[in-house]
Design a protein around this ligand. Structure first.
Ligand SMILES: [Zn+2]
Ligand SMILES: [Zn+2]
Length: 335
């Protein structure tokens, strides 16, 4: 846990914690940037009618990572966010089952994405319900928030920018306006976040999408390569924090910050050099929502990763499919 002293220092802008003294200027800069983004929110007592929602999903980013890395942007966000560091990932704590659960509003027992080997139309279980069709063709998957938003709000602008190339197979084909993978050369050197952040920021400024998902992969890579809880891992979390700052800057520059929600999530944590098991280090993940009408503070209710899709549907004002088991985290949002 971060000490009260560190939080107090951070608020005052005089960041004295010896381990982080050299970042005080960055902290102040990020805080100044973020204050523009958040100030209007605190003035809004009720749920505004129009939202843009940006989800930044940082692969493998554990609560421990946020608490021990240099994360001035997320530190500032936490001061105004509704958040928990105990959002529950699903088993197995692998990437595909968890990204799928997050956008599909249910667990692997329902949507069938049980491993990274999963592919659409190759289900091992019979699905209770079906995702949004493309030109009358079955989607071959459980309904996702992407498909539901497209079906219920045909004019919505939906975008996905993913550093992990396999992410985009997890939602229905043809339902997003824009999808871009990381540059292959950058992805190969685990620097795909550079291009992805740039593309996402540019797209947000140009189109102000209703829904944009940004997936960043470098933290998971550091967890596998160097180990969770190592300096290299924390450095990668610090890079993720900088990318989030760039996305926030784009939202602010696009002039819609007061109508934009930002959700920061992770698919799983990790232990040693990996993940997939059922330890608290792998299962507990951050879930951090900020934006207009968000109720600030640590959430006192249980949040599961599959509640994310239902919460997004609630924010968009669309109906969640009856087969979703996740519930919107309404405690995070002023009623
Ligand atoms: Zn992952
Ligand atoms: Zn991994």
């Amino acid at each position: 846990m971060k000490s009260d002293q560190r939080i107090a220092n951070n608020v005052s802008g005089h960041f004295e914690c010896s381990a982080k003294r050299n970042v005080s200027r960055n902290v102040r800069k990020a805080f100044a940037l973020f204050s523009f983004f958040i100030l209007p929110f605190s003035l809004l007592a009720q749920k505004p009618a129009i939202y843009h929602v940006v989800v930044v999903g940082v692969d493998g980013m554990s609560p421990d990572g946020i608490q021990h890395a240099t994360t001035p942007v997320m530190d500032s966000i936490l001061k105004v966010a509704a958040y928990t560091f105990k959002c529950q990932a699903v088993l197995p704590t692998s990437s595909s089952p968890n990204w799928a659960s997050m956008i599909m509003g249910a667990g692997p027992d329902k949507h069938g994405v049980t491993s990274n080997a999963w592919q659409p139309n190759k289900q091992t279980i019979e699905l209770e319900c079906e995702g949004t069709k493309r030109g009358g063709k079955p989607s071959g998957m459980w309904p996702t928030i992407y498909g539901e938003l497209r079906r219920q709000k045909p004019n919505a602008i939906i975008a996905c920018f993913n550093d992990w190339l396999a992410y985009n197979r997890l939602f229905e084909k043809g339902v997003v306006n824009r999808q871009r993978d990381a540059n292959l050369l950058q992805a190969a050197s685990h620097k795909g976040y550079k291009g992805i952040t740039k593309k996402a920021a540019r797209y947000f400024k140009k189109k102000q999408p209703d829904f944009m998902f940004v997936h960043l992969d470098m933290v998971d890579h550091a967890g596998h390569h160097d180990g969770h809880g190592t300096q290299a891992y924390y450095d990668a979390v610090g890079i993720a924090d900088q990318q989030i700052g760039k996305i926030i800057r784009a939202i602010k520059e696009s002039g819609v910050a007061e109508r934009t929600m930002l959700l920061i999530v992770a698919d799983h944590g990790g232990i040693g050099h990996g993940h997939g098991g059922d330890s608290p280090e792998e299962i507990n993940v951050p879930w951090i929502l900020t934006g207009p009408g968000v109720v600030n503070g640590e959430l006192q209710v249980e949040v599961n990763t599959y509640d994310t899709a239902a919460t997004l549907a609630y924010i968009f004002g669309i109906k969640a499919p009856e087969c979703w088991v996740g519930k919107p985290t309404i405690e995070a949002i002023a009623q």
